[in-house]
Write a protein that binds this ligand. Structure first.
Ligand code: ADP
Ligand code: PAZ
Ligand code: K
Length: 260
């Protein structure tokens, strides 16, 4: 058995999954997540996972900067010295997906991976990919396999903390259930209704404009936003997946396995 390690380092959390090279898409032997500060915890998680099966290849999508990259490189050198490590980057084309950004390398590599993952889950379909993490990104993938572009907005947590930090009277709200009415009768629900509606409104607008048949939603805040979403008048399917970036990284290695 050959194992691959996939790592999605976002601006809040580092997520990872260990996959058997022969396994179906999005089927993991082990997985985990830590906050940036939890490098010690990550080492313990990897030590346990690699004890059973050490990865031969590692594919990392890092949008969290140089310090996180250095920390990950150090851990991998110590715990998986045998592995070939690749730092996934946005390129003009990969795994059958064309990158429509004016400067393809400017696109966040997590967004490119997420789009590859979405296409692997729904080949040949017109798609919206909403990744709701620190930032929320809402991207279009065409039925022909082109990342057509997208939107970046502050994520749910950032919207909430921006209100608390920059006003005298607004509290920091915890993520929570969707208020039953957009006309809230108290401050906490009014903030939640506002920030959830902003996220859902952006996604629905993109979904409608792109004529997408399917919207794939993912990320740490997706569970709060998905219940708000209604498909466009013409219809459409909503799919909530745990980590679309990881699925994209897996799709890349599966597409290229045996080619190199
Ligand atoms: N256990 C958790 N730890 C941190 N953030 C969480 C957690 N559960 C949900 N969240 C929400 O998810 C967001 C982080 O999601 P994630 O997809 O991990 O982001 P990123 O990929 O940017 O690191 C946070 O901003 C917060 O709104
Ligand atoms: C938009 C992002 C900050 C999202 O990061 P995340 O919320 O997943 O941590 C990241 O994809 C990024 O830094 N992008 C580069 C700019 C761009 O995609 O155009
Ligand atoms: K994101």
């Amino acid at each position: 058995m050959t194992a691959w390690l996939l790592v999605d380092a976002g601006n809040t959390r580092i997520k990872w999954a260990l996959a058997d090279a022969g396994a179906p898409l999005a089927s993991w032997l082990a997985e985990g997540a830590v906050l940036h500060a939890g490098a010690g915890e990550l080492a313990a998680q990897w030590r346990a996972a690699f004890g059973a099966l050490a990865p031969a290849r590692v594919l990392v999508a890092n949008v969290a900067g140089a310090a996180v990259r250095e920390a990950l490189a150090g851990l991998l050198a110590g715990l998986a010295p045998q592995a070939t490590v690749e730092w996934f980057a946005s390129t003009p084309r990969r795994a059958g997906l064309a990158n429509g950004y004016r400067n393809p390398t400017q696109l966040g590599c997590d967004r490119f991976a997420a789009a590859i993952g979405a296409r692997a889950l729904a080949p040949g379909r017109q798609l919206i990919v909403a990744n709701c993490g620190t930032a929320t990104t809402v991207d279009g993938v065409s039925a022909a396999g082109v990342f057509v572009g997208g939107m970046i907005l502050p994520g749910l947590g950032l919207m909430a903390s921006a209100l608390a930090r920059n006003t005298a009277q607004l509290p920091q709200v915890a993520p929570g259930a969707v208020p039953s009415s957009p006309f809230a009768d108290n401050t906490d629900d009014a903030i939640l209704a506002g920030i959830l509606s902003a996220q859902a409104g952006a996604i629905e607008r993109a979904w409608r404009r792109h004529g997408a048949v399917e919207c794939i939603i993912s990320g740490g805040a997706a569970a709060y936003i998905a219940p708000m979403l209604a498909p466009p008048p013409g219809g459409g399917a909503l799919r909530h997946v745990d980590n679309i970036v990881m699925i994209g990284l897996h799709a890349v290695l599966r597409a290229e396995d045996g080619m190199c």
